[in-house]
Design a binder for this molecule. Sequence first.
Ligand SMILES: *Cc1c(COP(=O)(O)O)cnc(C)c1O
Length: 513
Amino acid sequence: MLSINLQEEQLITLFENNPQKDIFHHDNQEEYLDAIGKVTLAVKRFLDNNKKPFSGVTPAELRPLFAKVDFDKPLPDYDSLLDEVENLYTNHAVAFHHPEYIAHLNCPLVIPAIAAEVMISSINSSLDTWDQSAGGTLMEQKLIEWTCKEIGFGDLSDGIFTSGGTQSNLMGLLLARDHYAFKLLNHNIKQDGLPAEASRFRIFVSEMAHFSIQKNASLLGLGEKAVVKIKTDRSFRMNSVLLEDAIKQEIALGNIPIAIVGTAGTTDFGNIDPLQEIGRLSTKYDLWFHVDAAYGCGLLLANKSRKLINGIELAHSVTVDYHKSFFQPVSSGAFLIKDKKFFGLITHHADYLNPKDHDHDGLPNQVNKSIQTTRRFDALKLWFTLRMMGKEKLGGYFETIIHTAAQIAAMLQADPAFELMNESDISALVFRYNPRDGQADLCAMNQFIKKSMFNGGEALVAGTKINKQFYLKFTLLNPLTTIDHVKNIFNIIKQHGNEYLQFNKTTTEFWRN
Ligand SMILES: *Cc1c(COP(=O)(O)O)cnc(C)c1O
């Protein structure tokens, strides 16, 4: 009797820890299909619920629900799991696809790219070496070649998929730093670390460049002080006369200019630095020219507006973010260089991965070009997208966005209650509500508007500061956002602005009486 009981117990333990369950493998296809199917339906419920881009939930409201979660007690099935995740997450997640979400640089997604994500995660290739990915390596490489061609780079060009703009910008500055240390000082940073002179390296950017440039300069051991910020002109584009003055001044001070970063589409204004002129200066002073086109890369595919990004082909290296302007899920970016020889600066040979003698078998190991090791097959999303839709359609969506933004800019200009701060080359509009009341603190009022909109969740806009003044910002990245959607947003802004004025009047009168 006793021995039989023991056996049963053993059987039960065996069954509970059965590796046949939970793991993705040949004999467990039913569980796989069931799980993916149920999750897809949960995403459908997310779409059905998105009458507005955000629920307005606060951390204080959500946090108590997390206290009940005990990771030591797994849930019995997917239905319970999805219930939990709906309560904690999807019911409140910000809906980037909603046409009245026009806050940050988050695009809606094209469906082929979402479908590819299922395959990317399930098969889980790692793109560092050929022996962990095979065909995936060649697919990534073909998309890199395609992107280089769209940029206008020649036969020597190359590149690598990255986690996004921050990482791509880091790679640009890393190559610039190591190249000039070698060229000017005959110093190998990869091997010997930073030379003393590195504290005098200088990188030139516009004052409107992305903050990752500074962050990366500090990560690279150059310090934030290495970044020289050049004033922009009235259109928020780098002033190239001031750029040349600054280069000369740094040389006169005994510092060592190494790079200029031009922004093709600033995060705040969507404006493009004068790339041709910067390219000319980079040649004249022998500097690395990096173009940060995290936002502006969508122009590469746009027919009418492509010319705005002309000059990008003069760069030594380029950042693109497919997850901003090619309607791809996060993460998906790339770093491209005009001459592949510079990747040699970062290649590291690990005996277990890409030993030096492997280079002679001709096996393409992408790890030689990346600062990551294990790396997602993000390229498959872009592959699905281009093969299902073609570049014309993608470019057309970007063109639509630019066109809508221009119309909205005209509306903001025509309305005396708004002050528009910029003419965007792409689709970012910075403005504020100013009903010319005479009394109102415009910063406080516009901050109130942004906060009230976020709390209400009906429409989401961003905010930014110029000269210490607070402004509202639209980033249009959804080809489905129409003039009528934006008219509705104007009304919401005015409504909250007027609430603010009313409230202030009442309280002022209260104190007066
Ligand atoms: C968003 C952005 C970045 C950073 O890209 P991530 O993908 O968020 O790392 C860099 N530069 C510009 C101009 C950007 O808009």
